[in-house]
Design a protein around this ligand. Sequence first.
Ligand SMILES: *[C@@H]1O[C@H](CO)[C@@H](O)[C@H](O)[C@H]1NC(C)=O
Ligand SMILES: *[C@@H]1O[C@H](CO)[C@@H](O)[C@H](O)[C@H]1NC(C)=O
Ligand SMILES: *[C@@H]1O[C@H](CO)[C@@H](O)[C@H](O)[C@H]1NC(C)=O
Ligand SMILES: *[C@@H]1O[C@H](CO)[C@@H](O)[C@H](O)[C@H]1NC(C)=O
Length: 220
Amino acid sequence: MCHVILAVGFSFVCLMHSVSCVMALDQDQPININGSLFIEPGVGKSFRALAFPNATRTFKLRGNQTGNLFTLIEGKILIGEGPKLHLHHNEDETFRIISGQVQFIIGNETFCAPAGSVVYGKRGIQMSFRNVDSPDAYVQFFFSPSGIENYFDEVSAVYTTVPYDDNKANAIANKYGMDMFDLFRRILVPDPAQRARVIDIQSHRWMSTIYSQDGTQSNH
Ligand SMILES: *[C@@H]1O[C@H](CO)[C@@H](O)[C@H](O)[C@H]1NC(C)=O
Ligand SMILES: *[C@@H]1O[C@H](CO)[C@@H](O)[C@H](O)[C@H]1NC(C)=O
Ligand SMILES: *[C@@H]1O[C@H](CO)[C@@H](O)[C@H](O)[C@H]1NC(C)=O
Ligand SMILES: *[C@@H]1O[C@H](CO)[C@@H](O)[C@H](O)[C@H]1NC(C)=O
């Protein structure tokens, strides 16, 4: 049993030490506790995050809910899914791997991040990730400061338009302080000391597979 202690619009939440808990009736909105928020599972607007079929994320917190301090996004990462190599000028991006595992590039390094990992990608450093083979990869994305949600609002419309216009998506990324790279352009390192790592990146299976809008795959 559980007492209703808060009523906000059509939402009711119970905060008791009892075992059962009544879910909010309004599943679309966080429950506002004088500016603090309770966001139940499944609450948040979903959007297409990449030019990859069904690459869906959910906004959990936008800047206008966090004093513009951060943006929180999460989602299942489908096999094959991942962004282009890119770089944020405006925000740091922290990834928390909730389940499954994801391959990362941060700077000139590539590594596999299993469930429980945290990857902190600083602004100004090239980064990318891809789910190579994990059927249950689920990741939270924490951007600080906020603002990236406006980029996703705008670019998701391009991603859901067929045929996909890569130049348009890149222009929106630039507008929001991101550089998008063709995968290898920035990774060709002249420094011999770095070469082993670079070869590792280039020979990595996920770096040599192109996933197209219709879900087909091909190799470089
Ligand atoms: C929330 O705001 C209401 C109305 O302004 C106030 O009466 C109440 O005490 C506040 N609750 C908390 C926990 O601050
Ligand atoms: C934040 O911005 C989104 C998108 O513009 C809007 O739907 C939402 O109502 C805003 N929330 C607040 C608390 O202002
Ligand atoms: C990656 O390698 C290039 C070329 O050596 C270098 O300019 C760049 O600073 C490196 N990036 C990082 C994050 O180490
Ligand atoms: C995307 O999702 C739809 C609906 O679940 C499904 O029918 C379709 O096969 C998916 N496409 C790909 C490429 O996974």
